[in-house]
Write a protein that binds this ligand. Sequence first.
Ligand code: GLC
Length: 431
Amino acid sequence: MRDFDAAPLDAEARRILQLNDRGGYTVPTAGLYPYQWNWDSAFAALGFASFDISRAWAEIETLLTGQWDNGMVPHILFHRTDPGYFPGPDVWGTETALGRGTCSVPSSGISQPPVLASLAWRIYRADPAAGRGRLVPLYPRLLAYHRWIIAARAETGAVVITHPWEAGRDNAPDWDEAMAGIEPLGVEPYTRRDTSHVDARMRPTKEDYDRFIWLVQFARDRRWDEAAIAAESPFRVADPTLTFTALRSARDLKAMAHELGEDEAEIDGWITHLEAGAETLWNPETGAYDAKNLRTGNFAGSVSNASFLSWWGGLADDRPRATLARILGQSRHALPSYDPEGPKFDSLRYWRGPVWAVMNFMAANGMAEQGLTEEAARIRADTARLIVENGFAEYFDPTDGTPAGGATFTWTAAVWLAWASPSAGTGAGGR
Ligand code: GLC
């Protein structure tokens, strides 16, 4: 990549962000994902910050207009109804949700990996003078988001998901046991929309989809009451994605509190609690952090790209290094979302094999911070090469780089601008 002219791809990445800009918020890609998604938007903000810092803050501000009174930030905000996506607001039925309160933005009833505070902090540090006036009013909202995570989802210290979509890794093998425990009776008839936009081989199966919808109906029937869901749902899985992104965000919130002269004691308590929880996800059999089904106590036995977010979470833990070396050794294009030697590996099917640029960004940045310089450089070089050779796809086949899922994808463009491009390295992406 040394003599590579990044300018045309940088321009294309900026064009994609502008193409997907719907005025104050960005869709992940037109057609397949026509709404505002939580963690996609946080990454969109990071991408915008490389050329329009004010627009970056606007993305975060719009996302937080959807925050419920209980602090939860939903995974999708349905700003304008679009029949091209299922399940839409009518299926989620969150108007009467218990935690929603006065929030009037239509939304889903679940959340997503909390990367928002971390990426906001990165954007702030890129230009504190421009950011201070924007960060001050957002800070209490970011704090409320994390207070909700700790109260509603961190009973064991590790952060749990109540639906696979919350992990942002929709059909990862991590949920297979818990999903198999659901008998999807009473699912209202539905028509999938995703498979009319992209090849069905790249998407979750019908068995998965029935259970996705069953879980939505289950929670809707309980008016999205977190206590009832915690007590009754067959699906409660402690997830490395949520745990490590929450841990990282707590550390970044602490830095924000320090910068703004706010109290840090509550956040210190969260960090201690989450660190203890992270330890419960260490699976000695796989030599990796793993998902844990809280209903059975079983590990998933899954080595995923989320397994390697422990460094991003700020853990100076060498134990995963051997497994990381094995995975890097086997992968032509790192990081695969599931162990290429594992029994459930599927190079094209979404979170059961493919490489995702946003996961690479977090994993590699965490590794670089913790001194795993070579591993970080390898993952960054692979990410850049995948994009140079195959475009700004949603995700990529780790065996041959085939671009998969949606095209002109916001977060892939954002990760390019902030980090993977040879021209990145200053500003919000940092290195
Ligand atoms: C898929 C991904 C999820 C992402 C969403 C929008 O559902 O699994 O992580 O947020 O698409 O891009």
